[in-house]
Design a protein around this ligand. Structure first.
Ligand code: C2E
Ligand code: MG
Ligand code: MG
Length: 736
């Protein structure tokens, strides 16, 4: 018997000899079986037929034997196999064949019970046949030989079967390990009851360790987990072990040999063995690349691109959080600083936006240095920064931080070979649990506005009076827009005198000044006229003033002051109305005031900004005989060249010149120049704001003809004006 060749069953010659000796195999067995084989063809066929019929009774084999042609082929193979058994030639080919058949059965998933159980039917048939055919002893000996070869065969078949299923397992396991490696995964297993931890080389290598470095218990693993992530990992483990999750799936940071932390994803499933011991096993994947891009995206969503500080959205979240915490008992103070750079636009415009960006980055760094850990700093866009201070002992600490910020910013910034000083204004509000984030920001913004107003480069703490003022202003603004409908406007008139006329002479003109009583209090036109202008409401109000004043002046002309002129102030917006000159013409006709008696006062800024259309209106009005006065002359940016280009008849010298003329030579010189220049251009000069006799004397000396001011007469009601103009008439003010 030659069996040194390769055996698929890993059987060397010695092994084969041992097996054959064990079943007491001899040449006689071969002879007996060969003899029997000669006449057994029919028996074999009957046996195979019976076997397949029998198998068909059972669900599992019958499912495999559903196809008739397959069954036919299998039956042929089966008959051939039985013949070979009886041939009893145990050689390499035979061993190979047995191994192959065993493996095929395993691969087809034919269970051992069907496979080995079928031998019983074969032996049964053979026993019956031998018993019927030969003498008792011969049949017995032949059957004993058959039992030897069959059991030898059964052993081989079973070994081949089990071997195949093992190698399939090994193959699949190695494929799994390979796949895990390809997927950057390390494997781990943890026996809970005995606390034995196993981690694969790859698991440990990912961190720059060997499995021995990690240790053999779970403590070694948990020790490497980032302190902030321990609780999360433990809770994920607990949830899975309690059956609340189908599997363990958790991302956390783990320390590497270098000391750096690595983001990993751990996956695992718990299993309980027959003894009830739990074993948690799974994989661990390096997800740092994914986390990095995720972190970048998250950072971008929460931070300002230029400075890396928090953005508005993120700060609002922290602010909401902090306000919530303020409501808890024993909460420490917190404050909000609204920081705005002074004159940043100038830096941007003069040095360019790239330099502006650099300044913002430097400022961000300096601001960061002023805060403590736990404070938040955000850029709200442009040159606005917001600082959120938490855990303050007293609200006054916020002011200390503001002082620190101002000092830090004041340090000159170096730009190549030049230095730049950046200043900021700061509004502070102490957080109040009753406020929403918007209200807190508004309060700080309001305080900031005050700081700017007070001269910049300073901080201002918010207080409730600021809020009240804003509220009042808002109410005033809404109310003034309804004042015309509510008949709340009235007119005052201030006389204009000829300074050279004997004292006690009647005024040559009156300036009509709008008055508004708001909740019983007079409000200055300086504060409400801009509101009317902003909303466009000045247009209807302006026509109302014009008509009212013209009617009043016409009345006075008809009652003792025939040469009285009337001055009415105009807003730039009115002149822009396309039909303005036409409307003036209509009002003059309606009120019967001659055009030459009307003076329209415009400001320098109106001239500077004048568009073609406004200029045309002015010319039309002048052509009608209306006189145009330039109000508050000298305070705007009007160059003297304008005086020639526009139809101007009167210059009203602003009262600021006069106010300083008696103690300032230069102001005196300017007054003198304006008066002389006007005379040379053929313009009348009216000096405004005469408050003292000195000023009257000065004007007389300089040959200034006209003047108005408190020294001469204050603005007054129409009734008072009437008494001044025609003491003997004494008629009441007329309506509009
Ligand atoms: P304005 O046209 O320069 O009017 C003169 C202002 O100086 C008036 O203030 C008047 O009361 C004040 N004034 C007169 N004499 C003196 C004086 O001796 N000392 C001081 N300190 N002030 C004096 P008012 O009435 O408060 O008007 C302020 C401004 O409001 C006016 O300046 C004018 O620009 C505007 N304004 C008034 N009424 C109207 C109007 O009906 N329409 C338009 N568009 N603006 C008006
Ligand atoms: Mg005026
Ligand atoms: Mg004026």
């Amino acid at each position: 018997m030659q069996a040194e060749e390769f055996s698929p069953l890993d059987m060397d010659a010695a092994e084969l000899d041992e097996r054959l000796a064990f079943i007491q195999w001899s040449d006689q067995d071969v002879q007996r079986l060969n003899q029997w084989r000669e006449g057994s063809e029919e028996l074999i066929s009957a046996c195979v037929a019976a076997l397949y019929e029998h198998l068909d009774q059972f669900a599992e084999p019958s499912a495999i034997l559903a196809d008739a042609t397959v069954v036919k082929r299998l039956q042929g193979t089966q008959r051939q196999y039985y013949r070979e058994l009886l041939e009893a030639r145990i050689d390499t080919a035979y061993l190979h064949n047995r191994a192959r058949i065993g493996q095929v059965h395993e691969r087809l998933n034919v269970g051992l019970k069907w496979y080995l159980g079928s031998y019983r039917l074969f032996l049964d048939h053979m026993l019956e046949g031998m018993h019927a055919e030969g003498s008792g002893n011969e049949a017995l000996a032949a059957f004993q030989s058959l039992l030897k070869i069959v059991f030898f065969d059964i052993t081989l078949a079973a070994e081949a079967y089990v071997g195949a299923s093992n190698s399939a397992l090994v193959a699949s396991e190695s494929r799994f390990a390979h796949a895990l490696r390809g997927a950057n995964d390390g494997i781990w297993e943890w026996a809970l009851e005995s606390d034995r931890l196993y981690v694969s080389d790859w698991w440990a290598g990912m961190l720059g360790f060997t499995p021995a470095d990690v240790g053999a218990t779970a403590a070694g693993w948990l020790e490497l987990v980032h302190p902030d992530d321990v609780e999360g990992l433990q809770s994920a483990l607990r949830r899975h072990l309690r059956g609340e999750t189908a599997s363990l799936y958790h991302e956390y940071r783990i320390r590497q040999a270098s000391g750096d932390f690595l983001w990993v994803l751990v996956r695992g499933v718990v299993e309980t063995d027959l003894q009830g011991r739990r074993r948690l096993a799974g994989s661990q994947t390096d997800i740092s690349r994914r986390r990095r891009s995720q972190d970048l995206l998250e950072h971008a969503a929460k931070h300002d691109q230029l400075t890396g500080l928090l953005n508005r959205r993120r700060l609002n979240e922290y602010l909401a959080d902090l306000l919530l915490r303020q409501s808890r008992p024993g909460a420490r103070s917190a404050a909000l600083l609204f920081i705005d750079l002074d004159r940043f636009k100038l830096i941007n415009d003069s040095l360019g936006h790239a330099a502006g960006d650099q300044v913002l980055k430097h400022v961000a760094k300096r601001l960061q240095a002023c805060g403590r850990a736990g404070d938040y700093l955000a850029r709200f866009g442009g040159d606005e920064f917001v600082m959120l201070l938490d855990d303050l002992a007293t609200p006054a600490d916020a002011e200390d931080v503001a002082r620190k910020v101002l000092t830090a910013l004041r340090e000159p910034l170096r730009f190549g070979d030049r230095y730049l000083v950046v200043n900021a204004s700061i509004g502070i509000t102490v957080l109040d649990a009753r406020h929403t984030p918007e209200q807190a920001l508004q309060a700080a913004d309001l305080a900031l506005y005050r700081a700017k107003d007070a001269g910049k480069a300073r901080f201002q703490l918010f207080d409730q009076s600021m809020q009240d003022e804003v509220r009042d202003r808002l109410r005033l603004e809404t109310d003034v827009l309804q004042a015309l409908q509510r008949n709340e406007f009235s007119m005052h008139y201030q006389p204009v005198f000829d300074l050279h006329a004997p004292s006690g002479s009647a005024p040559v003109a009156v300036e009509a000044l709008l008055r508004w009583q708001h909740e019983g209090e007079p409000v200055s036109p300086v504060s409400f006229i801009p509101v009317l202008e902003e909303s466009g409401e000045i247009i209807p109000v302006g026509y109302w003033v014009l008509e009212h004043a013209c009617r009043q002046a016409a009345f006075w002309q008809q009652h003792g002051a025939p040469h009285l002129r009337c001055s009415v102030n105009l807003s730039g917006l009115q002149l822009r109305e396309t039909d303005f000159s036409q409307r003036v013409r209509d009002i003059l006709r309606l009120t019967t005031l001659p055009a030459s008696s009307l003076v329209l006062e415009i400001t320098e800024s109106l001239l500077v900004e004048a568009e073609g259309h406004s200029v045309a209106s002015l010319r039309e009005l002048a052509a009608m005989g209306v006189r145009i006065a330039l109000d508050d002359f000298g305070t705007g940016f009007c160059s003297l060249g304008y005086l020639n280009r526009f139809p101007i008849h009167i210059i009203k010298l602003d009262r600021s010149f006069l106010a300083e003329a008696h103690h300032s030579h230069s102001q005196q010189a300017i007054c003198r120049a304006i008066i002389n220049l006007s005379a040379n251009l053929g313009l009348d000069v009216v000096a405004e704001g005469i408050e003292s006799q000195d000023q009257v004397d000065f004007l007389l000396a300089e040959n200034c003809r006209f003047g108005q001011g408190f020294r001469l007469a204050r603005p007054m009601t129409a009734a008072d004006m009437q008494r001044l103009l025609t003491p003997d008439v004494g008629r009441p003010e007329i309506g509009a």
